[in-house]
Design a protein around this ligand. Sequence first.
Ligand SMILES: [Zn+2]
Length: 84
Amino acid sequence: MIAGFDTFPDELRDTTEVTVECVSDETTPETCGRWEETFEVGTPEAIMMDAHGLLHFDGLPTECPECGNYVLLAYNGVEVFKEP
Ligand SMILES: [Zn+2]
């Protein structure tokens, strides 16, 4: 379950270049907290928000390859929290 958004984040609108970052905070203290990589996605539609306000990322990593953190990642600076 990914935390819901009220509106589609502007940072992810009409973009095909997405920087994914590993973010650590008090909910994910064990993460590396620094992995960052920029990815190209084929179309802006690869990033979608569904009727429940949940973001879906087609073709983008949803966990950190360094430490395996999948709870809190940032996409173009937009922090996306996923229930452990
Ligand atoms: Zn990490």
